[in-house]
Design a protein. Structure first.
Lengths: 672, 259
């Protein structure tokens, strides 16, 4: 049988299974009192089964495929289980166009998540421990690329897994943005329904947030053990678990689309989110709660790793700055994340059980939700940016060949931002109707954040001062400098939002959208790319293509300036955010077209980056030795590094960033 | 009292702490009836929590010296130290959930409270406190290599814990329903079931944890030197008790004099 016919048979099988499942679901619906109809969810679940089942038949030895298959099966079982119980109890079991009730879907979702983890095998060693069986400390990874699809315990493999999924979600979230950005180019309805627009806009937000959380976890996982000289993270199994639990989370976030969508924006405020009309909202909550656990457990692991696994002589003020930033970020992620989970869970229960937490009719208080939600979701932006700012401080000294200016101040500023960040949440609520006496204290606490952030800027500028600009400028350097400039714009546009008198006018306009994208591009996207260009040779032993890197930078940066400044401009002119349509008479129609073009140019630049990434993994120019002439320990050994990292442990004997000081040394490898 | 090493004094220390806790719980109850003051109740709860954290959960072990410079970080003692830190960080994280629930309770209900049966509340509290006492005995026994005492004490802990869960779901919840505290009626009902439910869920997971610890103990998995599993189960169980130390006054005792 030749390949073509075999391919045809596979496609035919997928189509047949899809259709059969869609019809079977409609038939099952009859049991619970639905009418026999083919809804989008029938086709969606059908297509999932159609793709996953043949994949399972062919590739079930791959843990990822096995996990997804059992996630699907267990979800269906869970959904049917609750539906049958409801049927037996005489409760409503029919879900109309969503086939089943909310209760069934939420329960199925939790069961499916657990099934993914159990079937995938990431919990295998724990199951053995519970049964009283000891396992070896380390497992050999399979050779080749398939180790990336399985429960590897190597922090470098997990770091790459995180990073790849982060880029994947970046592409998905970015595509959503392109779709609704195109819709917005012209006033009036173009090709999206309002509800579809809302869903894409909401999921753009949340998928990007998860992407960023995974992105920083990728960097921290890969780099922190290398930088502190550990052979792995403190809890390798928990590390693998933290990554793999993010996969079902991403599935649930996307599942919210065929189940009616999410219309609330990423913030999910009740009462809109408590309106039981759309089940997609519940899948959204579920996805965020599960992704939250990934973040919490990852942060826990990182903190223990830094506290317990440092090389000899690596005292607090000889830690690399990136590690300080990771500590600060992890402190927030470990604790505050629980509160977005709790706030979403309370809305979830309000919908499922009628508990009236945020329902004024029952004595509830919708503003309470906002307090709980922002208690995480404001510090969350520091979770997103602190590692990025750490990358900037980490890369400048080796690239500029000068010591980092004010090391201790930089180290403390990360912690300062993290701690002050816990006290600023209500600045999101100046217009929400919360108690007015809260406004001024929260205004001042918010403005206080500018102090430690300013410390970072002064240090960067002083580090660059009279430094040696590398020629030709490597892409890692371009993105580092780009991060500083873009983040400066994000920083300067912040205080007007923190000040009550101006915020009352700026709130909920595109100004805020522009400011926010500035901070996250400057605080995450640019440093993320800088870090990838810088450490890619460490991970693969090959360099990325510099020409494509320059195309990436010089296309993305000006486009981004047009996008964010344009957003702020139309915001000041009265463009409200999160809305589907605007009045042409407001006079910013042209700007919307410009913004859309800029967004597509950014997407093009990211596409160039991804092509570069894929090409360089295979055919990049080999990078041998200490290509950046860095003092950091990971560059003193060959790339890529083996499992458990350093063959011989090292000892820290000097300051980390004394570039240009003759005779100074940071690390010294011990003799065998 | 300092942390003791010989078995007999370690066990009797557990008894003394239990008596302190019992007296403080009684004091709390009396305060709520005769001198209702939130700050006093909070102080008593904090003292109780501190006693449990220090004498039952051995928080000071976090600060124990690792003895020497374990460059590879591979020794069992060093790994146990890391595990301990990890567990405490997890508890720190988890306490933000319970903290959030407490904040919600005061935001929504203020100084009012749901109308609940005081005897039942006192009863389930006593069960949980007792179970913590036996958990401490179990851990102390294992730390001194007394497997038999460990198994019987952990069994008592499990029975008391199970009685607590059944008491909450089968007794407390049913009685509350009769007295008009209904989940979907008003916010007082909602917050009551949410808080007790979240806590009962943690007790339930603790029970699963205890069950595996008991079974592995039967299989001779633990020794006096190496019983991290027992210590972890004990610390987690006591943590769930600490949560109840705050939830009990917040749900039962505040607002009781007014209603």
């Amino acid at each position: 049988m030749n390949k073509f016919i075999r391919g045809l048979i596979w496609i035919l099988a997928i189509v047949l299974v899809t259709a059969a499942t869609a019809f079977a679901l409609a038939g099952i619906g009859l049991i619970f009192g639905n009418t026999f109809e083919l809804h989008p969810i029938n086709w969606f679940v059908g297509a999932l089964v159609g793709v996953v089942v043949p994949l399972y038949v062919r590739y079930r030895q791959i843990p990822l495929i096995r996990g997804l298959f059992w996630q699907l099966i267990a979800t269906v079982i869970g959904v049917l289980f609750v539906s049958f119980i409801r049927l037996a109890m005489g409760l409503k079991a029919a879900g109309g166009s969503y086939l089943f009730t909310e209760h069934a879907w939420v329960f199925g979702g939790f069961v499916g998540t657990l099934a993914f983890l159990a079937a995938h095998g990431v919990m295998g060693d724990w199951f053995k421990w519970w049964r009283g069986i000891d396992t070896p400390d380390h497992h050999e990874d399979p050779a080749g690329w398939t180790k990336f699809l399985g429960p590897s315990l190597d922090h470098k493999v997990i770091g790459i897994q995180y990073t790849v999924v982060a880029i994947l979600l970046l592409v998905i979230g970015g595509t959503f943005a392109l779709i609704f950005r195109t819709e917005l180019s012209f006033e009036g309805k173009q090709f999206l329904e309002a509800a579809q627009y809302n869903t894409l806009m909401s999921l753009h937000g949340m998928i990007m947030i998860v992407s960023i959380l995974l992105g920083i976890s990728g960097l921290m996982n890969y780099l922190v053990p290398l930088l502190i000289g550990a052979h792995d993270m403190a809890f390798p199994r928990l590390n693998a678990f933290s990554f793999w639990i993010a996969v079902p989370a991403a599935v649930w976030l996307l599942m919210s689309m065929p189940l009616g969508g999410v219309e609330t924006g990423w913030t999910g405020y009740p009462p809109l989110s408590a309106n039981p009309a759309k089940i997609g909202q519940q899948m959204f909550f579920l996805g965020v709660i599960v992704a939250g656990w990934s973040s919490i457990l990852g942060a826990l692991n990182l903190l223990v790793t830094v506290f317990r696994m440092r090389a000899k002589g690596m005292t607090a003020f000889r830690l690399p700055i990136f590690v300080w930033a990771s500590i600060a970020t992890s402190l927030i992620a470990l604790t505050a994340t629980q509160l977005i989970g709790l706030s979403f869970q309370m809305v979830m229960f309000q919908r499922l059980f009628g508990m009236g937490f945020f329902d004024p009719d029952k004595g509830g208080n919708p503003v309470l939700f906002q307090h709980l939600f922002w208690f995480y979701s404001h510090p969350a932006v520091y979770v997103f940016i602190l590692p990025g700012l750490g990358v900037v401080s980490e890369l400048l000294p080796p690239l500029i060949r000068k010591p980092l200016f004010g090391y201790k101040w930089i180290a403390m500023s990360s912690l300062g931002i993290a701690l002050v960040g816990f006290l600023v949440w209500a600045h999101h609520m100046f217009t929400s109707g919360m108690n007015e006496y809260l406004r001024v204290p929260f205004m001042y606490s918010t403005l206080l954040v500018a102090v430690p952030t300013g410390v970072k800027f002064f240090s960067w500028v002083a580090t660059i001062w009279k430094g040696k600009i590398p020629t030709p400028m490597p892409s890692a350097f371009l993105f580092t400098v780009g991060a500083i400039i873009v983040f400066l714009m994000g920083g300067l546009t912040g205080p007007p939002n923190a000040t009550v008198s101006t915020d009352l006018h700026l709130h909920d306009t595109y100004w805020i959208v522009g400011h926010f994208h500035d901070t996250l591009f400057g605080g995450f996207v640019f440093p993320f790319f800088a870090a990838l260009y810088y450490w890619f040779p460490k991970a693969t032993g090959r360099r990325m293509n510099e020409t494509l890197g320059k195309w990436h930078f010089w296309l993305m940066t000006p486009s981004f300036f047009v996008l964010s400044l344009g957003m702020m401009r139309i915001g000041l002119l009265g463009m409200r955010r999160r809305i589907f349509d605007y009045d042409k008479a407001l006079g910013f129609q042209t700007w919307h077209i410009v913004l859309t073009v800029a967004a597509f140019l950014i997407a093009l630049s990211v596409l160039i980056f991804i092509i570069n990434l894929i090409k360089s993994v295979k055919n990049g120019e080999p990078a041998e030795g200490n290509i950046w002439n860095s003092r950091s320990p990971e560059w003193q050994v060959a790339s890529p590094m083996p499992a458990h990292n350093y063959d011989t442990p090292f000892e820290v004997v000097g300051e980390p960033y004394d570039y240009g000081l003759p005779g100074s040394k940071y690390v010294e490898f011990m003799k065998k | 009292m300092t942390h003791t090493t010989d078995k007999k004094s370690a066990l009797s220390q557990g008894v003394i702490i239990f008596i302190y806790l019992a007296v403080l719980t009684g004091l709390e109850f009396a305060l709520a009836l005769f001198l209702p003051n939130v700050i006093l109740l909070a102080v008593v709860a904090l003292v109780k929590a501190a006693l449990v954290a220090y004498y039952y959960m051995h928080i000071y072990k976090l600060n124990e010296d690792d003895h020497g410079h374990d460059v590879g970080h591979e020794s069992l003692a060093y790994k146990t130290g890391s595990n301990r830190l990890g567990l405490w960080l997890f508890l720190l994280s988890d306490s933000f959930v319970f903290g959030g629930l407490l904040v919600s309770r005061f935001n929504l209900l203020g100084m009012e409270g749901p109308h609940l049966n005081q005897y039942l509340g006192f009863g389930v509290t006593a069960f949980l406190l007792l179970s913590s006492f036996f958990m401490n005995r179990a851990e102390t026994s294992m730390a001194h290599g007394d497997k038999k005492a460990f198994l019987s004490n952990i069994m008592v802990t499990m029975i008391l814990g199970l009685a607590f869960v059944l008491g909450v779901v089968g007794g407390e919840w049913q009685l509350a329903k009769i007295e008009g505290v209904i989940a979907n009626k008003d916010v007082a009902g909602g917050i009551f079931y949410m808080m007790t439910g979240m806590h009962a869920f943690h007790v339930f997971t603790g029970l699963i944890f205890l069950f595996f610890t008991w079974r592995n103990g039967k299989k001779d998995y633990f020794t006096a030197e190496n019983h991290w599993g027992v210590e972890a189960a004990a610390v987690y169980w006591h943590f769930v008790d600490v949560v109840w130390i705050f939830f009990y006054p917040a749900l039962y005792l505040i607002g009781v004099a007014g209603g």
